[in-house]
Design a protein around this ligand. Structure first.
Ligand SMILES: [Zn+2]
Length: 238
């Protein structure tokens, strides 16, 4: 099927602000106070809700100090841009009502998203990062398979390590990091998500920091690999 070419646009703060007020009235009962809108040049997201949080009594988080970031590096169609704004507004609605979904796109998020999509004919998606066209633009490549480890050290620091997709390499890295004596735990995964393209692949002990919140989302589609240091058990063929 031929893909329709779409007109793309770079948003301005004025434009986003105007859309914010429009959707606030239309979809959120006018309940949302305007927040600072920031344009971003990042390679990793189309939109993002910034906020602070503090622990309250009984360990509950309180969310406050919200900001909305909208990407200007990636040109999107106006509809997609609006959907990105709506996506962030749903996050904002939930967090500002102190509704903790447990994960970035939990039950409450999905319910609101489905409702808005149905009622207003929108196409908001769960992951603004995985809207196919844009993701390719961001990551620069197609989905490609990766094997990687999420490493937790005894001092609590967490890293990701992508290794070549060869069983012996995986096992040799596994043994090598264990021998450092600093390892708390190591979990292996397999994923085709282009998100993992950004991490260099090698067998050295060089590891990469990652964003926990972001990683959580990408791990939901990854396949867990059981590794006992001697053999690998994969959920599916590589
Ligand atoms: Zn989101």
């Amino acid at each position: 099927m031929r893909r329709k070419r779409q007109i793309t646009m770079k948003p301005t703060v004025e434009y986003i602000t105007e859309r914010f007020h429009h959707f606030n009235k239309l979809c959120f009962g006018g309940e949302l106070a305007i927040i600072p809108i920031k344009l971003s040049n990042a390679k990793t997201f189309l939109g993002k809700l910034g906020f602070k949080r503090r622990k309250r009594l009984f360990g509950k988080w309180e969310y406050y100090d919200f900001r909305m970031f909208i990407n200007t590096r990636i040109e999107t169609s106006e509809l997609e841009l609006e959907d990105t704004i709506l996506h962030e507004m749903i996050h904002y609605y939930l967090y500002s009502h102190q509704i903790d979904d447990g994960r970035p796109h939990g039950m409450h998020f999905r319910q609101m998203m489905d409702h808005i999509n149905k009622t207003y004919g929108r196409h908001i998606t769960i992951s603004h990062r995985s809207s196919a066209e844009s993701l390719k633009q961001i990551e620069g490549t197609r989905p490609s398979p990766h094997i990687f480890a999420i490493i937790t050290l005894k001092d609590g620091k967490r890293f990701i390590k992508v290794v070549p997709r060869i069983k012996e390499r995986v096992l040799s890295f596994h043994k090598m990091i264990k021998r450092t004596g600093k390892l708390q735990s190591i979990e292996w995964y397999y994923s085709k998500d282009p998100y993992f393209n950004r991490f260099p692949s090698s067998v050295s002990l060089r590891v990469q920091f990652f964003d926990e919140e972001e990683m959580k989302e990408h791990l939901t589609t990854a396949v867990h690999i059981h590794c006992d240091g001697k053999k690998l058990e994969l959920g599916e063929d590589l």
